[in-house]
Design a protein around this ligand. Structure first.
Ligand code: SF4
Length: 288
């Protein structure tokens, strides 16, 4: 039996007064409806890293190509590292959730909806962005999209599928893949416009990514493209690191073989020298 899926939500959406200005942003649909069908857990990264309520506001700025969450009045207060570390420390807990509803436009929690200071651009909050990096296939959304019935349905469908995949007790990936195709393949095909045969041909190791990235039809297209390019970039970094590791191994194995050869050669030379001196002694004895 599949347990009730679990959705993490930004804590201010639950009605708790945790925002920088001491207010809340209670979301009626999340609290009155979703709470009946899903287990909800609420997380406020800014409070959990030790910031007070109320607190001075922060915003996103770009420094040396990367985004930082810094104080609006005091830019020397940079919370980026603590928010990233907090996402990492929550990973064991986040590994048992099936979706995340974030608060839009927050420098910590927004999903591609947070303004970047002095730029005509939107990005994700530092904490949300790191959660998405750590668990790229997790269904995520920020709360304004829940007001659209179609997008909401698609998000909830992805949540149920993710929950089924996470809780499936089959060991072999190929079996899990088959089970998902039989149960949810038609819905996936309708959502993505791709055939079941296409899904069937996906390698078992790639299946999870293809299946869940495909279900993110509730995210606007530019957000999906950005997610996929970010995930490709982080995969490329992993592949490079693995290649470096293997090259290092090959180079230390080569060094080891070289030093063994040197030792072998010097031992052969020693043996040769001993043999030559023994031959000379024999010759001297023979010559009397
Ligand atoms: S948006 Fe995120 S960090 Fe800000 S108050 Fe809500 S839960 Fe806390």
């Amino acid at each position: 039996m599949i347990n009730k899926p679990t959705i993490a939500i930004s804590r201010c959406l639950s009605g708790d007064r945790v925002r920088y200005d001491g207010r809340e942003k209670k979301h009626a649909y999340v609290n009155n409806t979703l709470s009946k069908y899903f287990q909800l857990i609420s997380i406020c990264p800014e409070v959990e890293i030790g910031l007070s309520v109320p607190r001075p506001p922060m915003h996103l700025v770009r420094k040396n190509q990367s985004l930082h969450a810094v104080g609006v009045q005091d830019a020397s207060k940079d919370f980026t590292g603590r928010l990233i570390q907090h996402a990492e420390s929550l990973l064991p807990r986040l590994s048992s959730i099936d979706a995340y509803i974030f608060k839009a436009r927050s420098p910590s929690c927004g999903v591609y909806s947070t303004p970047v200071d002095a730029e005509d651009a939107l990005s994700s909050g530092i904490f949300a962005n790191h959660v998405m990096r750590l668990i790229p296939d997790l269904p995520v959304i920020d709360e304004p999209l829940l007001d659209d019935v179609n997008l909401r349905d698609q998000f909830l469908e992805a949540t149920y599928c993710y929950s089924a995949w996470r809780q499936m007790s089959l060991d072999a990936l190929a079996n899990k893949k088959q089970n998902m195709i039989e149960t949810y393949g038609m819905r996936w095909s309708l959502r993505t416009g791709l055939s079941l045969q296409y899904l069937d041909n996906v390698e078992a190791e790639e299946f999870q990514t293809v299946f869940f990235q495909g279900l993110k039809t509730y995210l606007p297209l530019d957000q999906r493209v950005r997610r996929i390019s970010e995930s490709l970039r982080s995969n490329a970094i992993k592949v490079n690191a693995e290649l470096d590791r293997r090259l290092n191994n090959i180079s230390s194995e080569t060094n080891c073989v070289q030093s063994n050869l040197v030792a072998l050669l010097s031992s052969l030379e020693q043996q040769n020298a001993l043999k030559m001196s023994a031959d000379e002694s024999d010759l001297r004895l023979a010559n009397g």
